[in-house]
Structures are given as C-alpha cells and as structure tokens.
Design a protein around this ligand. Structure first.
Ligand code: GDD
Length: 327
C-alpha cells in the first residue's frame, strides 16, 4: 500500500516541490491550505482546509487522512510582515505547530499508529549570529516575531519527541528560492523586476538593506532533504543549506547580468523595506546533512539567479502579450 503524506501549507513554494517529489515516490499526498476559495469550484482532490490560527478541525483531518508522514510547512513566513502582525504570526507560526503536534499525539494514542513529523524550522532562528557558519549546535538569537515563533515551534517539536517518544524532527532550512517563490521575498522581487525592466514595463526597483547576506539554495533540492530527514532510523534535527553566503547586492548583480543590464542604473533604496532589527549574515554548516543524509545542493548561486530570471522573463512576456491583447 502507498504511504500517505500530509503537507501543511501545500500552496506555498515548498508545498509545490514537496508534493511533486513525494508523488514521484508513489506517496498518496494530502494537503492542508488556509486559502479556501468558496464558490470558484470543488476543492482539488485530497485538499483540506484549516487555519492554524485556530486549528479546530485538525483532529478531524488527521483522522480522515491517517498520515504516515506529516510535513508542517504552513506559517506566516514573511519576516518583515511579522513586525506588523506579531501576535498573528505567533499564533500561526508558533502556536499553530503546537496545535498540530497535540492533534498528532492524540491520534497516535487513539490509533496506536506512529506518525513521522517534520517541522519547517528556519535559519532565521540564528538571527544575530553568535558564530559562523551556523550548525545544529549554534545557539539561537531570534531577531523578529517570526523567528521567535519558529524557535517556539523548534523546541515544541523536540519536547514532543522527548516527552512522548514521537518521531518529530526539525529541518533548519536556510533560504531556498525558485520561480515559485512568493514575490514579496527579495530574490523573486528582484528577478521579477529584472524581467519587467528588460521588457520596458518598469523603470526602477526599490529595495531595503542590500548588504544583508544569506545562504541561498534552490527549493527543489531542499524538499528532498525534508524527506530524507523523515527516513532516518532515529528522529533528529538537521541544518540544510549550501555553506556559501552572498549579499543581496551580489544577487542583484547576478540577476541583472543574466539579461545584460547594470543593476546600479535601476535600483534605489527605500527605507520602508528596512526591518526594525536585521539579520545581517547567515551561512550554513551543512556537514551533518552531508554525512548522515548524504544530501547536498545541486544548483549553484549563479545558476539559481539565472533560472529564476529566465522563468520570470517567460512569465512576464506572456503577461505583456495578454495585457496588450486586452488593452
Ligand atoms: N523581502 C525583502 N524585500 N527583503 C529585502 C528587501 C526587499 O525589498 N530589500 C532588502 N531585503 C533583505 C532583507 O532585509 C533580508 O535581509 C534579505 O533581503 C532577505 O529577505 P527575504 O527574502 O524576505 O527573506 P528572509 O531571509 O527574511 O526570510 C526567508 O528565509 C528564511 C530562512 O532563513 C523567509 O523565507 C523565511 O520564511 C525563512 O524562514
């Protein structure tokens, strides 16, 4: 019989890549999303609705789906926005995880079935880093309501493992991007603007702190790590990243270079995109994942910028044709 996976936040970037990956491994994939669109049509097959800010129907969904593996990706995941919505972010990104863990504990107790649980932990937890690169043993110093909520979820995951013997694991993922990345995150904001500028649809790109450094990889590679983490004999926590760090400035250069433009002519700084507290530098030490999971990234920083620009060029060209046809 096929194994059953339940992915929360299935409509996000990682949900997209993970569900494709698991289907290629013959899983029956179910998803939870909060983006209900009543009136537009029937919900897609195996799609369940739940808002992690309250989670009242989680027990029902888990009972119905009877998952072997649960990948908890749902969150209010935008760091800047979490400063405007701190309580909502704590509810969804923090307490939401606890709601799910508690529902799974109850399900395990009732059904006598074991479930493997993956928590989407984040490199943002390292925040004001105390050492570089950051590994599984680096202490946390969260710098946003989002990061504080993720630290809460990280420890709840470990707490359920240690208290109830649950197979609960953290993947501490560094930034991972793709053409499916939301447009409010810096890489996609840049690649979309590059395409629009190249096609004459936009003049300027406004950004915040372009000196911030991140460890950026390709999301398609990272979902395999999530799966590998749940295939180990023992539940454990893993840092997942490339081991390389680059500034936003370097990403700008790579993205504009991909279409032969000089970024300096188009980019302006707008303080509205600054954060009350910034995470200046993130860089992963992924040795444990390399050793125990035999995992490493396959797409380089330059390739990532290039593939995102190419995808946005195609998308924007189509939008332009559609716009011209309807105007
Ligand atoms: N979003 C955004 N928009 N970021 C900007 C901008 C801008 O206009 N200008 C500069 N930046 C800087 C941010 O200040 C930050 O230092 C960096 O670009 C990356 O910002 P994001 O792409 O928004 O990602 P993030 O690093 O804050 O968080 C992402 O990665 C985490 C993993 O480390 C998110 O995906 C989190 O959910 C995830 O946990």
């Amino acid at each position: 019989m096929n194994r059953v996976a339940l992915i929360t936040g299935i409509n996000g970037q990682d949900g997209y890549y993970l569900s494709r990956f698991l289907k290629s491994k013959n899983y029956e994939v179910h998803g939870i999303t909060s983006c209900s669109k009543p009136g537009i049509g029937e919900p897609p097959k195996n799609c369940h609705y739940c808002d992690f800010a309250e989670g009242s129907n989680l027990n029902k969904i888990i009972n119905e789906v009877q998952p072997d593996e649960v990948y908890h990706l749902a969150a209010q995941s935008h760091v800047r926005l979490s400063f405007d919505l701190p309580v909502y972010t704590a509810e969804v990104t923090g307490v939401g995880t606890l709601r799910l863990l508690e529902a799974l504990r109850y399900y395990e107790e009732q059904s006598q079935k074991k479930v493997r649980f993956y928590q989407a932990s984040s490199s943002e937890m390292f925040g004001k880093v105390v050492e570089s690169p950051q590994s599984e043993t680096t202490p946390f110093h969260p710098r946003s309501p989002y990061a504080c909520a993720k630290v809460f979820s990280y420890w709840q995951t470990i707490n359920y493992r240690e208290s109830y013997g649950m197979f609960a694991c953290n993947g501490i993922l560094f930034n991972h991007e793709s053409p499916r990345r939301g447009e409010a995150f810096v890489t996609r904001k840049i690649t979309k603007a590059v395409a629009r500028i190249k096609l004459g649809m936009q003049d300027k790109l406004f950004l915040g702190n372009i000196d911030a450094k991140r460890d950026w990889g390709f999301a398609g590679d990272y979902v395999e790590a999530m799966w590998l983490i749940l295939q180990q004999d023992q539940p454990d926590d893993f840092v997942i990243g490339t081991g390389e760090t680059h500034s936003v400035r370097e990403f700008l250069e790579a993205a504009f270079n991909a279409v032969d433009l000089d970024w300096k002519k188009y980019v302006e700084i707008d303080p509205q995109y600054y954060r009350p507290a910034e995470v200046e530098l993130l860089c992963a030490d992924p040795s444990k994942a390399r050793e125990k999971l035999n995992w490493k990234t396959k797409v380089s920083f330059e390739e990532l910028a290039q593939l995102m620009v190419e995808a946005d060029m195609k998308l924007t060209q189509q939008e332009k044709i559609l716009g011209d046809a309807t105007s």
